[in-house]
Every structure is written in structure tokens, then in C-alpha cells.
Design a protein around this ligand. Structure first.
Ligand SMILES: [Zn+2]
Length: 287
């Protein structure tokens, strides 16, 4: 194919990835509402949570319908949460980013699925304060299974191409947070992390490999501390005192997982450069 046609095709796939992401995001919105209540995510059809009227297909177009309707239900005019277009737009951008990073490989649909799972986990943890087992239970064996696929099919573009890196990721990811939880229980008489966070980091370890685990812990604690400290300062200014409030850690783990997915190799190269470790040692075999 001539280079012009290839470029055009690439742009088309980028746009399609974004559109696919918004459609998947629309379905994730349904899951975010219904999974914590143990309701079916396929039945009944989408309806307005305020007045219960069914939502027609033309009012269910990702992002656009929310804008056209002016963020209000067509039937009862009650406001529709900004969470709907945010989840759709975010999933769209992540899908676009995955195609941009992994291109025309098997890794692209796989990491789109992972990104969708992380968006779902983030918003359920923010609204319901739980990490959905519906994501982590199938996610852990799937991540390990894919590393086996990577072993036999190196052109897959998968980040982990060795089953021991995936299994190591599960053990290290799950183990570190599990231990932290037990330590917190002994010293502060309260649980440090939810067990959901343990399973989430184990899943990220399975998909992204054992090397990703310390990187993800560093990024998530850094971002988590900055956000946490900012919130405490803002609350003090407003004179609000909140004690023992549950701070969801899942969103930070998910964010760190996405950062590692896109920039993990660059971060490791940067670190090795700073530490003057020669690249050829193969200590950090990511790809
Ligand atoms: Zn309504």
C-alpha cells in the first residue's frame, strides 16, 4: 500500500478506536450503576434513574446525546449526571491511546479490554467503595493466560511474554498489599487496604508483569499522597473535619496501571539511565 493510504488507514483506526471506546464506555456506565446492586447489566434496557422512562436509541448516543439533551432527561427534565459523558470520553481516549501505542497487533484489543476493566473498577470504587470481583476474578487468570500466548507468539505486541513474569506479578502484587494490610492491622488496629485492592494489584501484575508491580506502587502512592494531602489542606481551610473516611485506593492503582501500560518501558529506561545500569543486562525484561 502507498504510504499515504497507510497514513489515512491509521487515522481512520484512531478515530474508530475512540468511537468504539465511547460505545464501550456507555455500557460501562450501565455496569457502574447496576453491578454493585447485583442487577443484570443487559436487562432491562437503559432507563432514566429518576422517572424510570425508557431511553430511546437516539438519546443513548455516547457523549453527543448528553450534550444535545442539555444534561437533562427528555421525559422528566431531571439532570443527568456528568459521570456518563466523562466515562464515555475517558474510555474513548484510552482506546485511542491503546491503538496509538500498540497499533495493529493482538495486544490492542487485549489492552482495550484491560483499560475498560480499569475504568469500571475506578468508578465503582469511587461511587460504591468496592473493587468489583467481576473484573479481578477473571482478570487474574486472563492476564496469566495471555503471557503464555506471548511466549509462543512474540509478534503479539503483549508486554509480558513469559508466564513466570505474569505469575510473579500476581504473587508480588497480591503479596505486598496483603502484607501491608496485616501490618496495618497489627500496628494501627485497622485495615490498611481493602482486599479488593490486593486482587486489583495482583491482576495488574498478571497483565503487566512482575517488574510493573514496584513501579505501580510508587506511582500510585505518589499520586495518592499528593491528592490526599491537597484534600486535607482544602478541608482544613473550609473548616471541615473528616475522620476515618474511607479513601478509595483503587483509582490510583488503576491510573498507575494505565501509566505503566503506555510509558512503562520509558520509565524503566529513564530509571536505568539515572542509576547508570547498562541496558544490556536484561535485568528488566519488559518486552
Ligand atoms: Zn427522567
Amino acid at each position: 500500500m502507498p504510504p499515504d493510504a497507510l497514513e489515512l488507514l491509521d487515522t481512520l483506526f484512531l478515530v474508530l478506536s475512540f468511537v468504539l471506546g465511547t460505545v464501550v464506555g456507555s455500557f460501562l456506565n450501565v455496569c457502574i450503576c447496576r453491578l454493585p446492586k447485583n442487577e443484570s447489566v443487559v436487562h432491562p434496557r437503559s432507563r432514566c434513574p429518576k422517572c424510570g422512562s425508557g431511553i430511546a436509541w437516539y438519546d443513548n448516543i455516547p457523549i453527543l446525546s448528553w450534550l444535545i439533551l442539555g444534561a437533562r432527561c427528555r421525559n422528566c427534565r431531571e439532570p443527568i449526571s456528568w459521570q456518563y459523558p466523562v466515562v464515555e470520553g475517558l474510555t474513548g481516549l484510552l482506546f485511542l491511546g491503546v491503538y496509538w501505542r500498540f497499533g495493529y497487533t493482538l495486544a490492542t484489543p487485549i489492552y482495550m479490554l484491560l483499560a475498560a476493566g480499569l475504568v469500571l473498577t475506578t468508578f465503582i470504587d469511587l461511587t460504591d467503595w468496592t473493587i468489583p470481583n467481576e473484573v479481578t476474578y477473571p482478570g487474574i487468570p486472563l492476564g496469566v493466560g495471555l503471557s503464555v500466548v506471548g511466549m509462543f507468539y512474540p509478534a503479539s505486541g503483549l508486554l509480558v511474554q513469559d508466564v513466570f513474569h505474569a505469575l510473579g506479578g500476581v504473587v508480588l502484587g497480591g503479596g505486598i498489599l496483603y502484607l501491608l494490610d496485616k501490618v496495618a492491622l497489627v500496628f494501627w488496629k485497622k485495615p490498611g487496604m481493602g482486599f479488593g485492592d490486593v486482587k486489583l494489584l495482583a491482576m495488574l501484575g498478571a497483565f503487566l508483569g512482575v517488574i510493573s508491580v514496584p513501579v505501580i506502587i510508587m506511582i500510585s502512592s505518589l499520586v495518592g499522597s499528593v491528592v490526599g494531602i491537597t484534600m486535607v489542606i482544602m478541608q482544613k481551610r473550609r473548616g471541615v473535619v473528616s475522620e476515618g473516611h474511607y479513601l478509595p485506593f483503587g483509582p490510583y492503582l488503576a491510573l498507575a496501571g494505565v501509566i505503566y501500560l503506555f510509558f512503562g518501558q520509558d520509565l524503566i529506561d529513564l530509571y536505568m539511565g539515572l542509576m547508570h545500569i547498562p541496558q544490556s543486562t536484561g535485568v528488566f525484561p519488559v518486552q
